[in-house]
Design a binder for this molecule. Sequence first.
Ligand code: SAM
Length: 475
Amino acid sequence: AAVSPFLDPGAQTSEGQLALIHLKRDLLTPVILEPSTPDGEATERRVINTRFGSFPHSNLVDIPWGTQVRAAVVDHRGRGKKKDKKRKREDGGEGEDGAQESGAATSGFAHIVPPTPETWTTSLPHRTQVVYTPDYSYVLQRLRVRPGDTIIEAGAGSGSFTHASVRAVFNGYPAVENGTANGADSKKRKRNGHVYSFEFHEQRAEKLREELREHRIDPLVTVTHADVYEDGFSKTIDGVAPQADAVFLDLPAPWMAVKHLSRTKPPAGKSSTSTPQPQGGAEQDSSLSSTSTSSWQSPLNPRKTIRLCTFSPCIEQVQRTTTELRRLGWTNIEMVEVLHRRIDVRRERIGLQEEGLRGTIPMPATVDEALGRLREVEGRLKLFHESTAAAANQDGGAAAGANVEKGWGKESKNQRLLKIKELEKERKTYKEGRLVHRTEPEIKTHTSYLCFALLPREWTAADEEKARRKWEGEG
Ligand code: SAM
């Protein structure tokens, strides 16, 4: 049975699997490894052409994840000539292999890595703005999403958040058994957790379904094409209400959707944000409970406190959402902005100082470094004088004896300088300079404001009675 490489990539790549070609930092190319044609005929024509060279699929299958693969010389029909798929380069970067038989570039190398939500987010085809790793990792932990949980997300967009949530809810049970997706079996679905994804744009919804199938995580996600402002979250394409534990809304107007995240049937009317129903809390009239009224079913898990997060770029959107959440009885409303910064830590050479022997070297950063440097220069001068004396007394003068013992012979001045340089190699140049850290300037810091809120669990008359009995020790 096909296991998703997102959930269990195994030890090595295999045919038909999604893999990522890691070309350099932040540059990954997703590829389904297909060295054969769909009818099974083997071919080496399938090639990934990059500016670091060409990588035939046939060189990428059945190798351990993380392998460094060299670009191949590719003939005009796209056949890889280098068969040595596991050949590794030690020197890094683009190599010397310039030979070109066709237009395809050769010379570089890449690493082949398994797909993860993080690598997928970096490389996925953008159909919309996406939620990036720093935001979704924070959101998922604040929503306390655990294996076996059910999440609602809207809109699905490019599926970046979808992939991260699938991994968060996956409980380790095979998503596919006997070749059949067990996502339709509600018991198995519960065990593994589930993501109910809503998307208003039909093509986007269909594209996401396709991708999820390709990534073999479709049994864990139900993508419903719907306008959640109008239709809410109870009607899914599967015909079941999600009973979600957590909700993530990445919509232009989340305040228009929250009335549907209700334990009671929301008032009818087009996109109305008025006439809210108070929700949660012991004072709620249990006769309004979703379990006791009409065919409408709440999309929320009645036994749990529901955690919600909305994702909006503007503060005005947050204000509208929080006003609506307060009116609807949500509590603990809080806004967070994740300011993600990549910090570059390195040693900085502050100013330069000319030094004949070593060329240009950095100025010392501290008094200790300066003292160390002085001692070093003194030591080197001493060595130089000793070697000069040794050279002058080449013919065996008694005064030179000690220096000859040290190995100074009849070298030229340059040879002696080279030798001194060799002796200096033990110096730990990587420790030179002042340790500094800088924020990388090109990184965007503001993505969106995250607005969190809680909806207390449903509390019915039966729950109250049960609690009373427990309190009074009646069982
Ligand atoms: N979270 C997604 C991701 O990580 O890839 C990106 C979501 S994108 C910014 C917003 C999506 O919401 C769009 O695809 C849009 O079509 C969808 N959308 C807008 N209004 C909607 C509605 N009323 N119901 C459902 N989806 C809606």
